[in-house]
Design a binder for this molecule. Sequence first.
Ligand SMILES: *Cc1c(COP(=O)(O)O)cnc(C)c1O
Length: 411
Amino acid sequence: MTMATVTTPVRPSAATAAAIALDQAHVAHNYHPLPVVVEHAEGVWVTDVERRRLLDCLAAYSAVNFGHRHPRLVAAAKAQLDRVTLTSRAFHSAPLAPFCEALADLAGKQMVLPMNTGAEAVESGIKVARRWGEQVKGVEPGRAQIIVAGGNFHGRTTTIVGFSDDPDAREGFGPFTPGFVRVPFGDAQAVEAAITADTVAVLLEPVQGEAGVIIPPEDYLPRLREVTRREGVLLVVDEIQSGLGRTGATFQCDNACVVPDLYLLGKALGGGIVPVSAVVGDRDVLGVLTPGSHGSTFGGNPLAAAVGHEVVRMLQTGAYQAMARERGEQLAAGLHRLLGRGATAVRCIGLWAGIDVEPSVGTARQVCERLLELGVLAKDTHGQTVRLAPPLVISEAEVDHLLGAVETALG
Ligand SMILES: *Cc1c(COP(=O)(O)O)cnc(C)c1O
């Protein structure tokens, strides 16, 4: 279909327009939100200031994997609010160690370094890998190298954007931290060729979310595991978006039958309530951290630990991972029918999809604006890709509703 049939442009009503004007005056413009002002949310649904009910198919980039305000998570948070919320790590707090034990156990590892945001987990993983390189592997101080992938997204700190290849993320923010080597994503051979005596780690996303749900060849992770083990290099996997159920397993690494040296976790670990992130690994790696060498005032706070522990308990049964697989199959089957009918490519894994929009239909942003008019929240990435990542608790009927809206928006 042609641009002439595009749905009417989003015309915000007075309440929405006023909220957006206030936002534009006082909130830094580091985002370009869709014209919707959310007031309330429950499960898979959000309600905006117009009292429209919208199906949330972004789920805060997978931070709301269990749905908005899941009763178990809200109860865990409320109970902890009535006890103690913040102690700093200057003292022990009752909820922290049990949370770390449970999370380590979920990952089949021994230890957890608790942090807050995803970017902090990545930064922490980089520091741990560098110190491990110097102290355990014997790399000369200041020479450690970390291999990363093209198209990566690991967060927004200066070090992290320094090894991104996205011009929007980098421009004006240099000088950048040295010590990173970038090779094409999905190419295990390129990683192997880039390894030197100074290489301490390979850091990558097992599926690149921000890049548009890019899924590497099946043998990519297993080959990286084999190469890194053979060469004495840490495999550090950023499962901040792919982990904790999204891809139909606890970790995407599970789907590839790979166990990395370090898992980087965040987003859904906070249950959509508080920022909770973590580096998870064994004592021989995480043990390089000593008192004073790393820290965070809020990292591992009692409220975060209580919510994170409940998230781990919910993942222990495998029920949410199964939901992602079942609803994911339904979503993938429906989206594949749109190939050649507004979509030029569809990539699905678990309950996670990237849809490349046929340019004659419009931009991915325009498709997301049409989806909003149709009552579905989704987000564009990199111009022509629409990303879908609904809460794992989405029902069969709601997936059908989503598929109908996508078909209309692409039509
Ligand atoms: C979101 C994300 C991050 C950064 O997490 P923040 O909490 O926004 O700092 C890092 N890595 C991946 C793969 C992500 O999706």
